[in-house]
Design a protein around this ligand. Structure first.
Ligand SMILES: Nc1ncnc2c1ncn2[C@@H]1O[C@H](COP(=O)(O)OP(=O)(O)OP(=O)(O)O)[C@@H](O)[C@H]1O
Ligand SMILES: [Mg+2]
Length: 280
């Protein structure tokens, strides 16, 4: 059974030149615990796609239509209160720049604990304890002490870890990560990718991972969707798409990618991993 089923999703924005169809009849599915990467160049509609599902686009001016069933609830037509409950508890999001999503005036521990306070009505002390444990789990050294700091006292990579702790603390069924490593340097990017992968496997969380970097997405996700001009031009398993891209745009993405060789090597391990999984 699918955890998320998106059908015929359209998002339009009014512009001076007329309606802009930013998301054009998009459809995709995701099973529990599965990983889907959405890849495409800047402006192709990746963020608008997931923001519309989460009710994060201002409507108006945006117009959203279609269906998006998550565990039996249509995210696009359910009451706002239902969507608020799902968001943050069953579906969490992390974004490119943690600084814009963290409150500079609030201690890190209280921010990480907030979803628990809202969704699980835990006491302040119990929520803080869980928050410190969550910060430990994402690899923040000396978490009990650092939890009392404010976001500006953390490096970019550590702030992204804080965001991941906050996103995972309610043990969501789906994590949506929109370019979570783009603002980080390469070494830190690697660590954050590893962390997301580890958490995904340990908790069996489904993940939608958005990036303009095909190699990054191919490494983290078993399924891929390629977007261009608001259209999902190609979908399939990562292995199939890398090996036999059907759409010229995908072939272009693969061809012009400087890390293609490296991705090819990783493909080997991904295939081995899938083969091992299928034997189980
Ligand atoms: N609030 C808005 N009002 C008008 N147009 C918008 C709005 N938000 C996004 N768009 C337009 O929708 C299209 C898709 O944007 P989107 O942010 O989804 O791209 P993206 O694939 O996430 O790109 P990036 O890789 O740069 O994040 C773009 O043409 C963008 O200009
Ligand atoms: Mg985006």
């Amino acid at each position: 059974m699918n955890l998320l089923e998106v059908e015929d999703l359209c998002v339009t924005f009014p512009t001076r030149e007329g309606e802009l169809l930013a998301v054009d009849h998009v459809g995709f599915q995701l099973k529990a615990g599965e990983t889907l990467g959405i890849v495409g160049e800047s402006g192709s509609g990746k963020s608008v796609t997931v923001s519309s599902l989460m009710g994060l686009l201002p409507t108006p001016p945006a117009r959203v239509s279609g269906r998006a069933r998550f565990a039996g609830t249509d995210l696009l037509s359910c009451p706002p209160a239902t969507l608020r409950k799902i968001r943050g508890r069953k579906i969490s999001m992390i974004f490119q720049d943690p600084m814009t999503s963290l409150n500079p005036y609030q201690r890190v521990v209280d921010q990480v604990a907030e979803p628990l306070r809202i969704h699980q009505k835990l006491s302040a002390a119990a929520a803080r304890k869980r928050a410190v444990a969550a910060l430990e789990a994402v690899g923040i050294p000396d978490a009990a002490r650092r939890a009392r700091c404010h976001p500006h006292e953390f490096s970019g990579g550590m702030r992204q870890r804080v965001m991941i702790a906050m996103a995972m603390i309610t043990e969501p069924e789906l994590l949506i990560a929109d370019e979570p490593t783009t603002a980080l340097d390469v070494t830190v990017q690697r660590q954050i990718l590893d962390l997301i992968q580890t958490l995904q496997r340990e908790h069996g969380t489904a993940v939608i991972f958005i990036s303009h970097d095909l190699a990054v997405v191919a490494e983290v996700c078993r399924h891929l969707a390629v977007m261009r001009n608001g259209v999902m031009v190609e979908q399939g398993t990562t292995v199939d798409i890398m090996r036999n891209p059907k759409h010229p745009y995908t072939r272009g993405l693969l061809k012009c990618h400087p890390a293609l060789h490296e991705a090819g090597e990783r493909l080997q391990t991904l295939e081995e991993w899938m083969a091992a999984e299928e034997m189980e």
